[in-house]
Design a protein around this ligand. Structure first.
Ligand SMILES: Cc1ncc(COP(=O)(O)O)c(C=O)c1O
Length: 1008
């Protein structure tokens, strides 16, 4: 009888339930691999799962499962599992006769509420850890459970997995290679594998058999269900199975497995010999899955449940095959708090007694001390990336340093996070977005080309190659040593290839024998000549080279494999700089810095370097910056940095002396503006610019009242806060002061007037302000508006609004101020300045953030008439405004925008990004509106009633950060994502943002 014929209908199931258990409930079908399963719902109760077996199922075996559940129920541990419910005759397993007069077994279990682990998105480390912990606990509880039925032959038992060898013919050659590899390894390991401790385990903790809590934020494991595969086998197999399913769909399966292992170990301590078999056991479960799936497709083509894991299993098996078995083993050990490399402690004990000096390594150099060179991400010695890549300059700096320390060897670098490895070969996509190899694993000794390098120990050549093609080392020699029963290796990189190629693998090397001589800059990756010296306890599977730099998240494993070479020399100052921890920085800030300062992100980041569209943290992790319109032409743009550095080196003083720079910057700026805006005042911040603009307007008009937009922000000084509804209407604010008059934010999406053609309505609101001012006996001094209202949530002004509003204000003698602090300098793409989008000519514009590219520089530009009547005899003096350094920087910024055609780039990339975001909005209704111009965009998140969703916005921002993308929110309800990246932001950068936005928008939280 086939599977379909044995099917049980819902009505039959409900009847069986009532007949056997006296329970009246509503049944619905659930997927099942062996049984026919029904979810039984009963009002106001958790309900049950009714399991009706196929024909021929052994009752004894089913009873064993029920007894196992009873055992768990009565254990002393706090563990949840389905409860086995007895029928009206007190049986754990009942029997019925089906319509074909065949015997079928029936069981009833309590229902565990929650959701299956496979339904959770994203599957984060916390959840994996909790699933591991729960599974470990189950293993622990089952240690004392013994049962004769637990011993049987089973295809899904990893211990019995070699049956898969018979079916290799089902696969093509590349797949066969992978299967054979793992089967062969498993066979080889049999002598030790079979001695591992055994117990009854669940044996199928896959992602559909673990129930997790329903919470959207940080769901936790609740219980394992479906004990149908439980059996007596090697205990480690249960964890291997958990991992085999848990690592599917992750970019980096090894990294994904570690949280399960840590969690499992925390409740059921694993043994070292078990960890040695885990990599292969995981592989063999995957081998079983793919082989079983291939067979099931032939045997039961209608039962798709049988091969749901096939595709992800193959994907992960291919990745798993590529992972170094040893590295995985060391990673597992590290996850369980053993030293990652088993020999680490033994080696250290031996090595620490050695008293080598640098003259043993470099006998021709009579120097025993070192001068530490800091090449870490935050090192100011490195300087700008451009300087570092200038080999002549780099060599010069090394030579200078050497002159300062004539008796010392310049050295350093062990475990140093370096920002210097720019080639793509150093990048990969990890489980949290792009990752770069930044952690340096050896010590560098900076010495002249041709310096001879000698061996510290006897040994034999393992590798001697010209690795120049690989760009890591040039001439590379790795020597194998065996001392005190420990095998280890010394690595000598950046040698002259000719000096090492005489060696063959196996050649004997004697202590103090010359290994080679240092190569020139070319074989040093175009750096100054140096020896990269590294100590390794394992070569992993490398045969022609070995990594000299590692990924930051693997540092604990690498530092155990590549022990600190200074253990041999014991030089006191040869260590990598320790940075202040984030916690220390936070606690100092909290105590001693302004209490109103805020920090971005739930877990703040410590940035130490900027580079174009990226910010780098102290481990060299690169974050794509979509927020920073201050770094207008890119973080630390070389031309801007150079302009500032050069001028700073010769003169910085105030504007009371003549200097070309102030005139040059004024010219560069006026060149971008209509001729009517012809007089510039330089200041130091956007706030100061607006402060001055309002002062000018008051002086010129003799009036006091200012009209501004609801949720507008214009700065942090007294006057600026007084005209910033964002502040005085926000937290801690006290509402509009007497002389400030606010019109409703002209937001077509969620504003007072919505949709098309609202400009007249909002102009009428401005007119109401004017009337109100007059009504109260005041006079209109000015209107101040941003061309796109940034803090208000990237609100685009309705077409025609600004020109009509300006007209109304001018009619009563007021001045018009355009706040260009956020949007200016080409950002909007269509025009260089925001007001130009609206066909208006302001009397005053204020410029801030972008013009200094991070340096405090701002400006007020006004008409000749305004400037003239402002100059009423009172001197305008500003200590820093217009100083030669700031002006040199500002000029470089404007020239870079023009030369680099960055306005055009903003137009092109911005249009692409906006179009794609609009497409994304069609897929995700949570995106209510996409707006903005050029590289100044906003994405508003709302529910179906257009209510703002600030919590989802915050979640999105934090998840984007997890993937290495910086975003921020704004708007009165904090539900608008703003995108305003450096103007060099490329289409590729935009694609990356879109990719991770889409990924995150799919996560459970976003639809909660
Ligand atoms: C529109 C606008 N104007 C003025 C300012 C004040 O500039 P600053 O912070 O340089 O004083 C800001 C700052 O965010 C701003 O967004």
């Amino acid at each position: 009888m086939n599977f379909a014929q044995q099917r049980v209908s819902i009505e039959e199931a409900e009847k069986i339930l009532f007949d056997l258990y006296h329970i009246q409930g509503t049944a619905s079908c659930l997927p099942g691999y062996v049984d026919f399963n029904f979810r039984i719902k009963i009002a106001n109760e958790e309900g049950y799962i009714l399991k009706i077996s196929r024909v021929g199922e052994h009752k004894k075996y089913l009873a064993y499962q029920q007894e196992l559940l009873e055992f768990i129920e009565y254990s002393n541990e706090k563990i949840t599992a389905p409860k086995a419910i007895k029928d009206k005759n007190n049986n754990l397993v009942s029997e019925i006769t089906d319509r074909f007069k065949k015997k079928r077994c029936v069981r009833l279990l309590s229902w565990i509420s929650g959701k299956v682990w496979s339904a959770v998105n994203p599957q984060l480390e916390d959840l994996r850890y909790s699933i591991g912990t729960q599974s470990g606990l189950l293993t622990k509880v089952l240690q004392d459970f013994k049962h004769p039925e637990a011993h049987y032959n089973f295809d899904w038992d990893i211990a019995q997995s070699l049956w898969t060898k018979k079916h290799l013919h089902l696969f093509d050659a590349p797949k066969k290679e992978i299967l054979i590899h793992h089967q062969t390894r498993f066979e080889t390991y049999q002598p030790t594998y079979t001695t591992l401790r055994k117990s009854i385990v669940h044996n199928d903790p896959n992602d559909n058999n673990i129930i997790v809590t329903n919470s959207i934020v940080q769901p936790k494991a609740k219980a394992a269900i479906d004990y149908g595969d439980a059996m007596h086998t090697q205990t480690i197999n249960d964890l291997a199975i958990l991992c085999a399913y848990g690592i599917m769909k992750h970019h980096d399966p090894l990294e994904a497995s570690l949280a399960f292992i840590k969690g499992y170990h925390s409740s059921f301590p694993l043994l070292e010999n078990e960890l040695a078999h885990l990599y292969n056991a995981i592989a063999m479960r995957l081998v079983i899955i793919v082989t079983r799936a291939a067979l099931s497709k032939i045997e039961e083509p209608e039962n798709e449940y049988l091969w749901i894991s096939e595709k992800p299993a193959w994907e992960v098996l291919k990745k798993w095959f590529e992972i170094s078995e040893d590295f995985a083993h060391y990673s597992f050990r590290n996850a369980c708090s053993f030293s990652a490399h088993p020999n680490q402690e033994k080696f250290k004990k031996w090595a620490v007694t050695k008293e080598y000096s640098l003259t043993d390594l470099f006998p021709s150099i009579d120097k025993k001390e070192i001068a530490l060179l800091d090449l870490s991400v935050s090192s100011s010695w490195i300087g700008h990336q451009v300087d570092f890549n200038n080999i002549d300059l780099f060599q010069f700096k090394i030579d200078q340093l050497q002159k300062e320390h004539p008796t010392k060897i310049i050295s350093g670098g062990y475990l140093e996070p370096r920002p210097l490895y720019t080639s793509n070969t150093y990048d990969k996509i990890g489980n949290n977005g792009p990752e770069s190899r930044t952690i340096h694993l050896g010590i560098d000794f900076w010495l002249p080309t041709n310096t001879p390098v000698h061996a510290l120990f006897d040994g034999e050549i393992e590798i001697a190659v010209d690795d120049h093609g690989n760009k890591e080392y040039g001439g590379l020699v790795i020597v194998k040593h065996i001392k005190n029963d420990i095998t280890f290796y010394t690595l000598y990189g950046h040698l002259n290839p000719e000096s090492v190629l005489q060696y063959q693998k196996g050649d004997k090397i004697l202590k103090r024998q010359k290994i080679g001589v240092l190569g020139n800059q070319k074989v040093n990756g175009n750096w100054a000549p140096h020896l990269h010296f590294q100590l390794m306890l394992s070569l992993l599977e490398y045969t022609t080279d070995f990594p000299g730099v590692a990924y930051a998240n693997e540092i604990e494993i690498w530092k155990s494999i590549c022990v600190d070479p200074n253990i041999l020399f014991g030089i006191k100052n040869l260590h990598t700089k320790k940075n202040t921890s984030s916690n220390e920085l936070i606690s100092y800030r909290k105590q001693h810095l302004g209490k109103g300062l805020s920090l971005q992100y739930q877990e703040p980041i410590k940035m130490v370097r900027g580079e174009g569209v990226y910010l780098l943290d102290e481990l060299g992790r690169k974050y794509l910056d979509t927020v920073n319109n201050v770094a207008h032409v890119g973080h630390e743009h070389p031309e801007v940095v150079k302009a500032g550095q050069q001028q700073m080196a010769i003169l910085n003083t105030n504007s009371r002396y003549l200097h070309e720079n102030i005139n040059l910057l004024a010219k560069e700026l006026l060149d971008t503006l209509p001729p009517e805006l012809s007089v510039v005042h330089f200041v130091n911040s956007g706030s100061e610019a607006n402060e001055l603009a309002i002062r000018m307007a008051k002086t010129v008009t003799g009036k006091q009242d200012v009209i501004a937009s609801e949720v507008g922000y214009h700065g942090n000084t007294n006057i600026c806060v007084d005209i910033s509804s964002y502040k005085f209407d926000g937290k801690g604010g006290k509402g509009a002061p007497k002389h400030t008059h606010i019109f409703p934010i002209p937001d077509a999406f969620r504003g007072k007037y919505r949709g098309e053609n609202t400009e007249q309505k909002y102009v009428e609101e401005v007119q109401k302000c004017i009337d109100n001012i007059h009504h109260k006996g005041g006079g209109v001094c000015s209107i101040i508006v941003e061309p796109i209202i940034s803090c208000g949530g990237q609100i685009e002004l309705p077409k025609g609004f600004l020109s009509k509003a300006y007209k109304a204000v001018r009619k009563v003698g007021g001045l018009c101020i355009s706040d260009e602090v956020q949007v200016g300098c080409g950002r909007l793409g269509e025009s260089f300045w925001g007001f130009q989008l609206h066909d208006v000519l302001p009397d005053i514009i204020t410029i801030g953030k972008p013009i200094g590219n991070g340096h405090p520089l701002a400006a007020v530009v006004c008409t000749e008439e305004v400037a003239h009547s402002f100059a009423n005899g009172m001197e305008f003096f500003n200590t820093f405004g217009g100083n030669p350094v700031s002006c040199a920087i500002g000029t470089a910024v404007l020239q870079t925008v023009k030369k680099g055609k960055l306005q055009e780039n903003a137009l092109k990339v911005g249009a692409y990004l906006k179009e794609q975001l609009i497409n994304l909005a069609k897929e995700f209704p949570i995106i209510g509106d996409v707006r903005g111009q050029g590289l100044f965009l906003g994405i508003e998140l709302v529910d179906v009633q257009k209510n703002p969703l600030p919590i989802q916005t915050d979640y999105l921002i934090n998840r984007m950060k997890d993937h290495g993308i910086l975003m921020s929110s704004d708007g009165p309800d904090h539900n608008v994502l703003k995108i305003k990246p450096p103007m060099i932001f490329s289409k590729e950068n935009a694609k990356e943002v879109l990719f991770y936005l889409q990924k995150t928008l799919n996560e459970d939280f976003m639809s909660s």
